[in-house]
Design a protein around this ligand. Structure first.
Ligand SMILES: C[S@@+](CC[C@H](N)C(=O)[O-])C[C@H]1O[C@@H](n2cnc3c(N)ncnc32)[C@H](O)[C@@H]1O
Length: 213
């Protein structure tokens, strides 16, 4: 679980083609962009791309990143308005890391049921050897309506290994690590929804780290 404690995967990229030198990190379903912003400020030599179909929560931060770095700016961030189902072809093969943190809606359905067409989109934006990290925080009681609406199967290690992993493999990913952490074992996550959801006893973390092959 060391890879999850600071919210981005190490070691950094070996991709020598990226623009900023130490890797390109894509955050799908970036929400208000907090993870991208904090990470980009800490890692000025990496390029961070935050993607979400809903641009509104990104309005504030989109202005802030254009300030001078001393005043909170971050020239190493791009935000793109897009859904995972429709990622721009310009992103093909660029990502050294892809993150999906606390997804909901069709993004959650895709990663938690292993929809191969959507997983193939994630694979399409990955450089060879790129890592994809998925972090899901569901509460079976509180999220029951959404779980039923999306047709989700409860996330167990058995389900991940027997149902999800083969679909991820079919999309071009091999499983590196997976696990389920009780609410009391949540690592530090630098995202707004992590902060919002943390502390609820019924909400376990299910995580999956896979590599583009
Ligand atoms: C619960 S929020 C999590 C936001 C952020 N990752 C965080 O941890 O704070 C889920 C995000 O997934 C986005 N989302 C939902 N469906 C999506 C899709 N099909 N493609 C990309 N993003 C999607 C939503 O717009 C929302 O911003």
């Amino acid at each position: 679980m060391a890879a999850l404690t600071d919210n981005w995967i190490k070691p950094p990229s070996t991709n020598s083609l990226n623009a900023i030198g130490e890797g390109v990190i894509v955050d799908i379903g970036t929400g208000d962009g907090r993870f991208v912003y904090q990470s980009a400020r800490q890692n000025p030599n990496k390029l961070y791309i935050g993607i979400d179909p809903n641009a509104r929560p990104l309005e504030k931060i989109s202005e802030k990143i254009h300030r001078k770095p001393a005043k909170g700016g971050a020239p190493n961030i791009l935000f793109i308005q897009a859904a995972v189902e429709d990622l721009p072809s310009e992103l093909n093969g660029v990502a050294d890391e892809v993150h999906v943190h606390f997804p909901w809606g069709s993004l959650l359905r895709a990663v938690a049921t292993g929809e191969i067409t959507v997983l193939a989109n994630l694979r399409r934006i990955c450089a060879p050897g790129a890592l994809l990290e998925i972090v899901i925080g569901l509460d079976p009681a509180r999220d029951q309506t959404e779980i039923e609406r999306l047709g989700l199967t409860p996330l167990s290690i058995e389900f991940i290994d027997n149902q999800l992993a083969p679909n991820y493999q079919a999309a071009g990913f091999e499983t590196i690590e997976r696990g389920i952490l009780a609410a009391s074992e949540w690592p530090e996550f630098n995202t707004s929804w992590a902060k919002r959801l943390q502390g609820n006893e019924g909400r376990a973390i299910t995580y999956l780290i896979v590599r583009a092959v």
